[in-house]
Design a protein around this ligand. Structure first.
Ligand SMILES: Nc1ncnc2c1ncn2[C@@H]1O[C@H](COP(=O)(O)OP(=O)(O)O)[C@@H](O)[C@H]1O
Ligand SMILES: [Mg+2]
Length: 275
């Protein structure tokens, strides 16, 4: 395919000042700026011209019926797939053509629906490795990196309420605790933007409450900006500053939760009447 985007790096980004009520000062550079982002496969339009700006510190929930294109959008944002149109800005840098690891280095963190945890290592060792992955380069000259990741690993485990399981094998954790561990692994990389794709999937009903609290703590205490796909509405409505509603690949609404849920187009999409 021929190049489809013009280079919009730098000054060409004119920040939208009509941001949400909870946002930073008007004119601030958004953490994430999607412009007319599109992805087509074999003639099917999967992501259809999505434009949205997520401000620093915001918690945005991405919702929509199954097959709406939420995971596909995440794949574009994190760099797993290349858009067929539009652009992706990360804190003012046009990362549309960046590989996932370059985006990660600029502060983008993502968890996956399938677990990325080393099951035969302890919880502490998993986080220690993640801390080392970030700090190892600079430490190598001075001394061997501490295998436990030191204070930083402990902090991350405290934050996700998993400190009491430090010595457990990661493979023995419940689904909910595994999700917490994945969050700790993400935090070890000091992300500024976290993408969570259905973090409650597979988690027992009894664990959802605490996992919700942990995600909220990660957002508030680490000051991370969060973009989260989730089906549990009671979880979302409680946490989200704004809801982004997708349907047939397009963004139907991007506004505060009450307004989004009151939107007739959104209601029609959820009723599945083909709107
Ligand atoms: N690699 C692909 N090739 C073709 N179609 C795809 C591909 N990935 C996703 N799709 C289709 O795109 C649509 C959106 O999928 P997805 O992004 O997983 O939706 P959601 O996460 O909202 O449930 C679905 O119809 C799915 O079948
Ligand atoms: Mg999905």
């Amino acid at each position: 395919m021929a190049p489809e985007t013009t280079d919009t790096t730098g000054a060409a980004e004119a920040p939208d000042t009509s941001g949400p009520s909870g946002a930073e000062a008007p004119g601030a550079v958004p953490v994430l700026a999607l412009e007319d982002l599109s992805w087509s496969v074999g003639g099917a339009v999967i992501v259809d011209g999505v434009t949205m700006r997520v401000e620093e510190g915001e918690f945005v929930a991405l919702i929509g019926p199954n097959g709406a294109g939420k995971t596909s959008l995440f794949n574009l944002v994190s760099g797993l797939t290349r858009p067929t149109g539009g652009s992706i800005g990360l804190a003012g840098t046009d990362v549309t053509r960046y590989a996932p690891h370059r985006r990660a280095r600029l502060g983008m963190g993502r968890t996956f629906q399938t677990s990325s945890v080393f099951g035969d290592l302890t919880v502490g060792a998993n986080v220690g490795l993640a801390v080392q992955a970030r700090t190892g380069e600079s430490r190598r000259f001075w001394r061997r990196a501490t295998p436990d990741g030191g204070a930083e690993a402990t902090e991350a485990l405290d934050l996700v309420r998993l400190a009491h399981r430090t010595d457990a094998l990661a493979g023995d954790l419940s689904h909910g605790d595994k999700r917490k561990l994945e969050l700790a692994l993400l935090l070890a990389r000091r992300p500024r933007l976290i993408l969570l794709d259905e973090p409650m999937a597979g988690v027992s009903a009894g664990e959802i409450g605490e996992l919700t609290t942990v995600i909220r703590d990660v957002h508030r205490e680490q000051g991370c900006t969060v973009l989260m796909v989730e089906h549990h509405m009671e979880v979302l409505l409680d946490m989200a500053d704004r809801l982004a509603v997708m349907h047939h690949g397009a963004l139907l609404a991007f506004t505060d939760p009450d307004s989004a849920m009151a939107d007739p187009e959104v209601q029609a999409a959820y009723l599945g009447d083909g709107a």
